[in-house]
Write a protein that binds this ligand. Sequence first.
Ligand SMILES: NC(=O)c1ccc[n+]([C@@H]2O[C@H](COP(=O)([O-])OP(=O)(O)OC[C@H]3O[C@@H](n4cnc5c(N)ncnc54)[C@H](O)[C@@H]3O)[C@@H](O)[C@H]2O)c1
Length: 353
Amino acid sequence: MKILEVNLPQKKYSILIEKGILNNIGKEIRKIYKNKKIAIITDSNVEGLYGEKIIEILNKYDFQTKTIVIEPGEKSKSLHSAEEIYEELLDFEITRGDMIIAFGGGVVGDLAGFVASTLLRGIPFIQIPTSLLAQIDSSVGGKVAVNLPRGKNLVGSFYHPEAVFIDPDLLKTLDKRFLYDGMAEVIKYGCIRDKELFERLMTIENEEELSNNMEEIILKCCTVKRDIVQRDEKDNGERMLLNFGHTIGHGVEKSFGYKTYTHGEGVAIGMYNITRRSVEMNITKDKTSDLIKRILIKYNLPCEMPDIEKEEIINAVKLDKKNKGDRMNIVLLKEIGNAFIKNIDRKDVKLYI
Ligand SMILES: NC(=O)c1ccc[n+]([C@@H]2O[C@H](COP(=O)([O-])OP(=O)(O)OC[C@H]3O[C@@H](n4cnc5c(N)ncnc54)[C@H](O)[C@@H]3O)[C@@H](O)[C@H]2O)c1
């Protein structure tokens, strides 16, 4: 088992990574939680695959469980779903001494975490992430949120779990498109902070080898994110590095109405294109964008900018909620493994697309 400690001024907890850890989840949770009631929030895909199993394992340790199931997909990350979940939790007579488990991908993690952070002014919760994106990104760092019709993640807070249990075996049932979607973020960690990870990913030959090395890969990604979050928990500086490729990526996703490109695919296009431009401007070491292109192709991810008006992407990027006045921050690489933040005039963004 690989254990990563998260040390923040207000909260300390562990991230435990092990193939098959779900089989021991009752024992692991007993170590950190002495009461009886546990509400499991999950989506219907994960419930169908692992719902019975998790209940069976928890019941052996004398927990009193209730499962709350949401529809899979981004649409469920809403205030409406949160309200329905509050009602079910109150029917279960949950108190601040009880526990919530977020058992699913990033949608479940963000929504269940948001519910846990707000109901009764805060109920402890545990993350058991089941998608690759959730295992390397959304379950780490304490950001929880729901969407509003006018934009993603607009209502939320920073609320950390009591523990994160990561079982890479769960990825075996994940649809391939979601697996590669998550790989875009894995590659991002290599680009911004971990050259060794990037090089290791380059040598992996097939899906079996990828699966065999998943525990190590997840550990490396969570370590990069944990280190950045420990230095900048509230996202005022360094945490922005995690947005490498995201500015253009969001622009691409948005220009296609969030229908054509997944989040990871948008990020892949963003990482390659911004680096291609920064190499041309001599900001980034020569050949870095070629390396990014090779790794993206290897993991079935797109890299070329789709055939749409550049203006459309520039406009989408300019509207990004992270912009402040006439200035905006973009993330560039000096070379693989070394990213930095550059503050630019908003009108100059076209130079980087
Ligand atoms: N909080 C953060 O810091 C943070 C960071 C990045 C992304 N996010 C959020 O994460 C969300 C995206 O997460 P996601 O990509 O995991 O999407 P998701 O939760 O919708 O999961 C993707 C799909 O995979 C299915 N699934 C999950 N685990 C499975 C398994 N083991 N086997 C079979 N199917 C499985 C789900 O049912 C769903 O259909 C977005 O809402 C995004 O905003 C949050």
